[in-house]
Structure formats: C-alpha cells, structure tokens
Ligand binder design. Structure first.
Ligand code: NAD
Length: 490
C-alpha cells in the first residue's frame, strides 16, 4: 500500500500545477516544430513578476508587453483561456469593490451600475471561444485561414467606463494572442491601473507571465501620442470621443476606432406606446446616460406625441417644461463654436437627474431616473451628445420627417439608432436611412449590444472604422496556410 509522505504530496501538487498551468491536461504536449508550441513551465525564462503592468514610461511598457506577448505565444490556447478566465473572474468576484472605486474616482454615472458593468464584462467578454478557423478543401488540397495576433496593441479607454472597457479589451486581445499597452483617461487612471494590477498578478501567479496588460499610470496626451507612434505597436484600438478618433487615424497605423454617437429614437404612430416609454427610460437612464449607445433624443409622430408624454410620466420619468429644458441646456451644454456641434459640459456628464433638476430650481422625486421635455429639433439637447439623464422629445408631422431629423441629429457617426413601431416597412425605411452600426427595434438601446437582446456584447463598438461590436477576431491578422494537392482525405 502506498505511504502518503511529503514527497508524494509534492509530486501530486506538481502534477496538478502542471495540469493547470500548461493547459494540456493529462496529455503530453507536442514537441516544438511538431504540431504546437513548446510548453513552458510557469515563470520559466520570464523576469520575476513585479511590475504587474504599472508603467510611467511608454517605451518601458511596450518593451515589457512585447516580452509578455512573446511568452504568451509559447503557451497553449488553453493557457490563453486560463488568462481570460482570470480576468473575467476578478470582474465578477470583485465587482462591488471595483465598481465603487471606479465611481469614487470618476464621480460620474449611477453607482449600482458601475459594478453591473464589470459583471457584464466578466460574463460576456469573448475569449478564445471567439476565435475560429476557416477551411477550404478540394482537388488541390487544403487551405486554412487562421487569425493570428498583431503583437502589442495600443489602447485608449474612456472615462465613462474605464475598467469595464479595459477588461473587455484585455480578454478579447489576450484571447487573440496579443498583449496591450493602455493609456487610460486621466480621470479614470487609478481604477484602470488597479484593475490591471489585479489581472496581471493573477495571470502571473497562475501562468508565470507578467505585463500582458500594461497601463500608463500617469497618462497624458503626450503618452497617448508616444503609443500612437511607437514602432513596436502595429495596431491601435481607441474608445472615446471625436478627438481621440481623429488622433488615432492620423497616426499612420491601422486603428480600430469606437467613436462618439448621438443615438436618435423614432416613435411612429403604430408603436406600442407603453413599451416604448419603458424602453426609452431603461436605455436613456442606464448609468445616467453615459453609454455611447444610449438613447439621446426622441422624434415622435404627432398623432402619438401626447400619448407618449403621458406614458413616460406613468413609467416614472419627470417632465420638464420647454422653458426648463432651455434653461437646463444653458447650464449643461456648451454652445457650438464655428459651425461645430454643441457638446456636454463635463461637469454634468453622468450626473444624477436630481442634481440636474436642482440646477434650475426643480425638485424631482428620489426614485426618478430620467428627465424629459419637449424641444424643437435644433435644440442643444438634440444636437449634443449630452451623456446625462435628460432627453428631448421632438414632435414631427410625419414618420418621414422624424427619420429625416433623426439622420441629421446622428451627425453621420454611424453608431446607433432605435425605432418603436409595429410596421416592418417603417423599420426597413429607417434602417436604410440611418445606416448605423446598431439598429434596435422595440427595445432599449443596450439590447443592440447583447444586453437583453441576442448577440454578443462589448463596450467597444467600432462605429467610426466599421468593425462594429469588437470580438477577439477584430484584434487579429489574417493568416492563410495552404497544403497543395494533399491532405484532403475524402
Ligand atoms: P474623450 O474623447 O474625452 O476621451 C477618450 C479617451 O481619449 C481618453 O483616454 C482621453 O484621454 C483620450 N483622448 C482624448 N483626446 C485625445 C487625443 N487628441 N489624443 C490622444 N488621446 C486622446 O471621451 P470620454 O469622455 O472619455 O468618453 C466619452 C466619449 O466616448 C463619448 O463621445 C462616447 O460616445 C465615446 N464612447 C464610444 C464608445 C463606442 O464603443 N463607440 C464607447 C464608450 C465611449
């Protein structure tokens, strides 16, 4: 009978660790040059983990990320999967703490939604299961089309969801075999750096690779510029407003750009009114309207305008008069300059509706999540991407006029639009006219991003450069592998 002793226990622990760390389970890993990369034991050939992705210097960060990415490429797909799962688990298990930290630092949005967004990243961020290989088989053999990594990806994240965006990006990018260097928004830098520290530490402890997710802890426009110009970065992924999109596109590198939106809603005379009101409140009030895809203005056919106003009030939104909407816009929206689009006063982005109402001397119940009121179509709240829980309602003579005004208010961003209607021909008409990345029918905007609707989810919606809701494949290079006149076995 086998005696349990220290040696045996040590051997058993080593076997379990080997099983977890290599990702090969009980099987023997193929040798180098045979069929798969060699398996490297945790930590082997790696500098000791002590940075956990924290850098002030872009060159140092890129160099560390490049080493980490090379180490990742020597590991199995199963190990990439382990790294992705560690990030997802931290997002879920520490959502309350991290969500609270994000709110305390950024002071925007609705606190309970901060942890929800992290849970969403933990549940929905696509990992290696999001990769796929295409194959052609015929008389001339076999061709595989695979998706390979770019190497180190330069990332810029917004203040509106600093850590959720970084987590989603990191899972997608690592799944695809990349490492990343992120320049977070300066107002969300602490939570981005802290989250990256947790992710890197967990990955290092399990797999022995540090610095897959590097964060510039003192981000500036200059450090963003240094990332954009760095020769070892071949792909950029930026999520933010028009400034960062323009800067990334000028860099001369391939750039995946998730830029601004100003999503219009059209409600036609056939719409299920109560559902439309509930959906608009859900979408436009979520995290105090900071989501890029959230409803920002509503165009309503005249015959149902009054019914929509009543339904909104019944569903819990607070109606402001037209004069109050004007007064609030003077406080919360910066006027357009030289033909430009007006934009939100940063002080009120993501503010609670009660605080907004206070600015004009109104008092709204603590349960209220959204303010709304009638305006004309040229109103600052219609034209600006307000990112605050107040939404203008515009009365339109016809459905066609509503769509025309919606197209104009969307400013060609190609981001998101929404319709409430029972008429399929109206949906088709508007879908064609808007030409947006997401087009949602009879639901809240988030349904178009897989939350309460079908399909996958990501907080980086690359509307500006056309990749759409990003996935691991978005962060890959196309690679083709051809065997001539052989290996077709049928
Ligand atoms: P922002 O444009 O102020 O900042 C976004 C990021 O870009 C920050 O990290 C900022 O430091 C950086 N940045 C800004 N100008 C830059 C420049 N010239 N060069 C280099 N970096 C620069 O936006 P924000 O307030 O953080 O986020 C809100 C904006 O982001 C909204 O317009 C929203 O629609 C958009 N957004 C889009 C998506 C999407 O998926 N399409 C997702 C989230 C947010």
């Amino acid at each position: 009978m086998t005696q349990i002793n220290d040696k045996l226990i040590r051997e058993m622990v080593e076997q379990v660790l080997q099983h977890v760390q290599t990702g090969w389970g009980g099987r023997v890993a193929p040798k180098t040059g045979q069929a798969a990369p060699a398996v490297v034991a945790a930590g082997a050939g790696q500098p000791a983990g002590n940075r956990f992705g924290q850098f002030t210097d872009v060159n140092e960060a890129v160099s560390a990320a490049r080493d980490a990415q090379r180490a990742l490429m020597r590991r199995s797909l199963a190990q990439r999967d382990i790294a992705c799962n560690l990030i997802r688990q931290i997002c879920i298990n520490r959502a309350d703490e991290l969500g609270r930290m994000e709110y305390e630092e950024t002071r925007l949005g609705h606190p309970p939604h901060k942890s929800e967004k992290l849970i969403s990243a933990g549940r929905h961020a696509a990992g290696v299961e999001g990769l796929r290989t295409e194959c052609f088989s015929g008389d001339h053999g076999i061709t595989l089309e695979e998706h390979g990594p770019w190497g180190v990806i330069g990332v810029v994240t917004p203040v509106t969801h600093s850590l959720p965006t970084l987590a989603f990006n990191a899972v997608n990018m690592i799944a695809a075999g990349n490492a990343l260097v992120c320049n977070p928004h300066p107002a969300g830098k602490k939570i981005a750096a802290f989250g990256a520290r947790l992710f890197n530490q967990a990955i290092y402890e399990k797999l022995g690779i540090d610095n897959l997710i590097c964060v510039i802890t003192t981000p500036t426009l200059e450090s963003a510029g240094a990332i954009f110009k760095h020769p070892d970065i071949r792909l950029l992924c930026v999520t933010g407003g028009p400034g960062v999109v323009a800067a990334a596109l000028k860099s001369g590198k391939r750039a995946i750009c998730a830029g601004p939106g100003n999503p219009p809603v059209v409600v036609d005379s056939s719409a299920p009114i109560e559902n439309a009101a509930r959906c608009i409140i859900d979408g436009a009030s979520y995290d105090n309207n900071v989501l890029c895809l959230a409803e920002k203005e509503v165009f309503i056919e005249a015959s149902v305008f009054d019914a929509m106003i009543d339904a909104m009030t019944r569903a819990g939104a607070y109606r402001l008069t037209t004069a109050q909407m004007d007064e609030l816009a003077r406080v919360c929206i910066e006027p357009a300059k030289d033909g430009d689009i007006p934009h939100a006063n940063k002080k009120f982005v993501g503010a609670e509706p009660q605080l907004l109402a206070q600015q004009i001397g109104a008092t709204v119940p603590p349960t209220c999540r959204l303010l709304f009121g009638q305006t004309d179509s040229s109103h600052p709240f219609v034209q600006a991407e307000q990112m605050m829980p107040v939404i203008p309602f515009v009365r339109c003579e016809t459905f066609e006029q509503a769509v025309e005004l919606a197209v104009q208010a969307e400013h060609g961003y190609g981001h998101t639009s929404i319709i409430h209607s029972r008429l399929v021909d109206h949906m088709t008409y508007m879908g064609k006219a808007m030409d947006t990345t997401l087009f949602i029918k009879n639901g809240p905007s988030a349904a178009g991003d897989g939350i309460g609707g079908e399909g996958y989810c990501n907080y980086t919606i690359a509307c500006s450069t056309g990749e759409g809701v990003v996935t691991p494949i978005t962060f890959t290079r196309f690679r083709r592998c051809t065997m001539v006149d052989n290996l077709r076995i049928i």
